[in-house]
Ligand binder design. Structure first.
Ligand SMILES: [Zn+2]
Ligand SMILES: [Zn+2]
Length: 395
C-alpha cells in the first residue's frame, strides 16, 4: 500500500497527521464546527482555493478551477459525537463529553491533504468542489447544505464521499453499486386509553396491554410483510408508561427505529406500522396516534460513478487494495440526500483489522493515521481520472 502513495502526499503527510490530531483534540458537535471550519479555511486559502462559507451554518466549499471540463464534488464531514473519550492518547479530546469517535477528523484531514496536492497539479481540466460538511451525526447537515442551495451554487456532475471502516485492512477500498446504506426513520406511537385503579381493570382501558400487544404485532411486519429477500429493521427502542404499580396509566408512548435498504420497503414499513398501531389499539378500545419522522433516505450509489471509482482504485492499487465484496450496511448516512440529486458514490476505506481495533462510536476508537495518505492519494487519482487527466498510475 505504501508504495502507491503519491510522493507529494507523502511529503505533507506528517503535517496533515498533526492537523488531524489537532482537530481530534478539539472536537465540535454538529453545526458548532467553528474552530474546525477555521482550520479548513486557513489551509484552503493558503493553497489558492476560492472559499464559500455559510451553507449549512458551518459548512465550507473550496473550489479549484482548471479550465473547461466537468465538475466533481468531494465531501468530508467535520462533526464529532457526544461521547467521553477513553483512548488516553496524547491527542485525545480535550473537551469534556465530546469526541471524534467516527473518524470525521480523519476524513477532514484526508480531504485537506488531497486539496494541497491537487492545487499543485495541472494534470486535469475542469472544476473541483471540496465540500466540508457539518452535522452528519443525526442532524442532517447534508440536507441543510442542500436546502441552502449547495448544488445550485456549486453544480456537480458527480459527487463522492469516503468513510473509514474498522475491521477492514488499512487503506483497503470498498465499493458497492446501488443501495448501500439503509434509510433511518423514527416513529413515536402514542396510545391514548383510559386510566384507572390497578385493582379495577374492568373500568379502565389499559394502554400498557395495548403497547405490549403492539410490540409483538410489529414483529410480524418484517417477518410477514417484507419479502425474505429484502432487509428491514423495526426496533421498539423505548416504551414509556405509568409509574405506580397500582395505577393504570392513561397513555403509553413507544419509540421506534425503522430501517430499510429500498425506498419501496421503506414505504411499506411506514404503511404497515401505522395500520397495525391503529387497528391494534382499536381492538382494545384505545386509540393510537403515529408520528412518523423521516430521517436519512436509503443511500443509493450510482452504477457508473461507482464502476469508475472502483476502476480507479483497481488500476492504482490492484486487487489487493480493493475489497472483493462489500456488503450493504444497516447504518445511515446523510450523503444519501445528495445522491438523490447528483450521481455519485459513497465508498469505504479500511481503518485496520488488527486486535483491539474499535468500531466507530466507541469511546476507545481512533482514526488510523496510516489511512490518511492512502485516502488522500485516492482522491487525487479519482479527480485526475474524472477530469480527464493523467492516465494509468503516472505520479
Ligand atoms: Zn458516525
Ligand atoms: Zn461517520
Amino acid at each position: 500500500m505504501n508504495a502507491h502513495i503519491l510522493p507529494g502526499i507523502r511529503d505533507i503527510a506528517p503535517a496533515m497527521i498533526a492537523l488531524r490530531h489537532d482537530i481530534h483534540a478539539h472536537p465540535e458537535l454538529g453545526f458548532e464546527e467553528v474552530e474546525t471550519r477555521s482550520r479548513v479555511i486557513r489551509c484552503l486559502r493558503d493553497w489558492g482555493y476560492e472559499i464559500h462559507e455559510g451553507l449549512g451554518v458551518t459548512g465550507v466549499v473550496g473550489t479549484l478551477r482548471r479550465g473547461e471540463g466537468p465538475c466533481i464534488g468531494l465531501r468530508a464531514d467535520m462533526d464529532a459525537l457526544p461521547i467521553q473519550e477513553t483512548t488516553g492518547l496524547p491527542w485525545a479530546s480535550r473537551v469534556e463529553g465530546k469526541m471524534h469517535a467516527c473518524g470525521h477528523d480523519g476524513h477532514t484531514a484526508m480531504l485537506l491533504a488531497a486539496a494541497c496536492e491537487l492545487a499543485r497539479r495541472d494534470s486535469f481540466s475542469g472544476t473541483v468542489h471540496l465540500i466540508f460538511q457539518p452535522a452528519e451525526e443525526g442532524k442532517g447537515g447534508a440536507k441543510r447544505m442542500l436546502d441552502d442551495g449547495l448544488f445550485r451554487l456549486f453544480p456537480c456532475d458527480a459527487i463522492f464521499a469516503m468513510h473509514n471502516m474498522p475491521g477492514f485492512p488499512v487503506g483497503q477500498l470498498g465499493f458497492r453499486p446501488g443501495p448501500f446504506m439503509a434509510s433511518g426513520d423514527t416513529a413515536v406511537i402514542r396510545i391514548h386509553a383510559t386510566g384507572g385503579h390497578g385493582a379495577v381493570p374492568d373500568k379502565a382501558v389499559d394502554p400498557v396491554v395495548v403497547a405490549a400487544s403492539l410490540v409483538m404485532a410489529l414483529q410480524s411486519v418484517v417477518a410477514r410483510n417484507v419479502s425474505p429477500l429484502d432487509m428491514a429493521v423495526v426496533t421498539v427502542g423505548a416504551i414509556l408508561a405509568g409509574e405506580a404499580p397500582n395505577v393504570i396509566p392513561e397513555s403509553a408512548e413507544m419509540r421506534l427505529s425503522i430501517r430499510a435498504l429500498r425506498p419501496e420497503v421503506r414505504a411499506l414499513l411506514r404503511q404497515r406500522i401505522e395500520a397495525l398501531a391503529e387497528a391494534q389499539a382499536a381492538g382494545f378500545g384505545a386509540r393510537a396516534e403515529v408520528d412518523y419522522q423521516y430521517g436519512y433516505p436509503v443511500l443509493i450509489n450510482d452504477a457508473s460513478a461507482t464502476a469508475l471509482a472502483r476502476q480507479v482504485a483497481l488500476d492504482w492499487l490492484g486487487e489487493d487494495g480493493v475489497a472483493a465484496e462489500m456488503p450493504p450496511l444497516t447504518g445511515s448516512e446523510d450523503f444519501a440526500f445528495w445522491l438523490e440529486q447528483v450521481p455519485g458514490c459513497y465508498l469505504i476505506i479500511g481503518n485496520g483489522d488488527g486486535e483491539g481495533g474499535c468500531m466507530v462510536h466507541n469511546p476507545g476508537y481512533d482514526f488510523n493515521d496510516d489511512v490518511l495518505p492512502v485516502g488522500a492519494s485516492y482522491w487525487v487519482k479519482l479527480v485526475e481520472r474524472y477530469l480527464g487527466g493523467a492516465a494509468g498510475d503516472g505520479q
